[in-house]
Design a protein around this ligand. Structure first.
Ligand code: NAD
Ligand code: NAI
Ligand code: ISE
Length: 343
């Protein structure tokens, strides 16, 4: 049985997910697409030679009888509305991060899903599927460096587009670390402080870039994350855990080591699509397989909600300069017992 999928938002990642489902993965077919930019939606149907209908808007697509499951890859602020409509229609939905741009919006989704009575929502936190992060988690879970004490991270983008504004360093970028670190450490956050160093002269649109995010977990682990989205030199993701008896680093993506012109060098990737390409493939194959079994096996709406609570606290900490406490509440019974190793 092929899962008939509708995609809302055919921008950068929407197109990339359509490409992988059509050409790389198995068991899913794109039967419907929509985008506020209708020309772009039509174009991807042509480019990928899809047997898919182009809908006028997301709601018409969600209601279509041809569509069994949804992928939401439109801009962050539109996610809440489409995910709520998918739950109302009783259709499984894979929503790119963020689930919603505020904790309040995510809570509405959690409440709607629990009222529906069956998990339908998966959030696109693909780093949990990454080979490198999984290897790092293995080191920690088997206590190979003792208990973790400190984590140093960097999330660097070479540049960002003009529509990257306001709080997006937190709500669009840092959210990946917020999710993956609580999964990696089996811990939740207790407080956050954000400090801003000198702003890069290459930052656009009034962005304060870079920022330094200082998190403390409930177990007392201290985390520092540098978010620097105009670093120019590449797409660079770093994570080092300092434990009681050693340190462990996230592996670098593999690359040819060159000795040439009196230099020893390796390439640095520049595009986020390439850095986690295998993770997206594994993530979406897992979503297709699980959806067919009627389960959600990846990051849930609860995970999306927790990330949004933390992200709201980060925004408050950035605006106030103060240390802000974080209270995420207890996980509801409904979301316990996730079957998957990434959940
Ligand atoms: P994008 O701007 O390239 O694409 C967004 C698309 O949504 C655009 O084509 C836009 O026209 C369309 N759109 C906007 N509003 C719409 C609406 N109301 N109805 C239909 N279409 C609408 O953005 P992107 O880089 O593809 O990002 C999309 C989402 O994916 C964001 O939420 C982003 O955070 C997420 N994302 C996640 C990752 C990741 O690593 N997991 C990477 C990139 C993007
Ligand atoms: P994008 O701007 O390239 O694409 C978004 C598309 O959605 C655009 O084509 C836009 O026209 C369309 N769109 C917006 N609102 C819409 C609506 N109401 N109805 C239909 N279409 C709508 O953005 P990008 O980079 O593809 O990001 C999209 C989402 O994916 C974001 O939420 C982003 O955070 C997430 N994302 C996740 C990544 C990951 O690594 N998991 C990487 C990049 C993005
Ligand atoms: C983008 O939306 C992503 O999710 C990328 O993974 C991230 O690195 C980038 O900063 C975001 O804008």
């Amino acid at each position: 049985m092929t899962l008939k999928i509708g995609v809302i938002g055919t921008g950068a990642i929407g197109q990339d997910h359509i490409r992988r489902i059509t050409n790389v993965l198995s068991g899913g077919e794109i039967v419907a697409v929509t985008d506020v930019n209708q020309e772009q939606a039509k174009q991807i149907v042509e480019v990928e030679k899809l047997n898919a209908k182009v809908y006028d808007d997301g709601h018409a697509l969600i209601q279509s009888e041809d569509v069994e499951a949804l992928i939401v890859t439109s801009w962050g602020p539109t996610h809440e509305e489409f995910v709520l409509a998918a739950i109302k229609a009783g259709k499984p939905v894979f929503c790119e991060k963020p689930l919603a741009t505020t904790a309040e919006g995510c809570k509405k989704i959690v409440d709607a899903e629990m009222a529906y009575g069956k998990p339908l929502v998966q959030v696109g936190f693909m780093r949990r599927y990454d080979k490198g992060y999984r290897a790092l988690k293995n080191v920690l879970d088997y206590q190979k460096i003792g208990e973790p004490l400190i984590v140093h991270c960097a999330h660097r983008n070479p540049t960002v587009p003009d529509n990257y504004i306001g709080d997006m360093a937190i709500t669009d970028t840092l959210v990946h670390e917020i999710d993956v670190l609580r999964w990696l450490l089996n811990d939740d956050y207790a407080s956050v402080q954000i400090v801003t160093p000198r702003t890069s002269s290459l930052a656009k649109n009034g962005l304060k870039d870079p920022i330094m995010v200082l998190l403390e977990t409930k177990k007392g682990i201290r985390i520092d994350v540098e978010v620097f989205v105009n670093c120019q030199f590449g797409y660079d993701i770093q994570c080092q855990v300092v434990g009681e008896t050693g340190t462990a680093n996230l592996p670098e993506p593999s690359s040819v080591i060159m000795r040439s012109e009196a230099k020893l060098s390796t390439e640095i990737l520049v595009d986020w699509k390439d850095r986690f390409i295998e993770s997206y493939d594994i993530e979406l194959q897992d979503w297709i397989n699980s959806t067919k079994k009627g389960i959600v096996s990846g990051p849930t709406a609860w995970d999306g909600y927790v990330v949004a609570v933390v992200s709201d606290a980060c925004v408050e900490a950035r605006n106030s300069g103060e240390i802000v406490s974080i209270a995420t509440g207890d996980i509801p019974e409904f979301y316990k017992g996730n079957l998957s190793i990434v959940g």
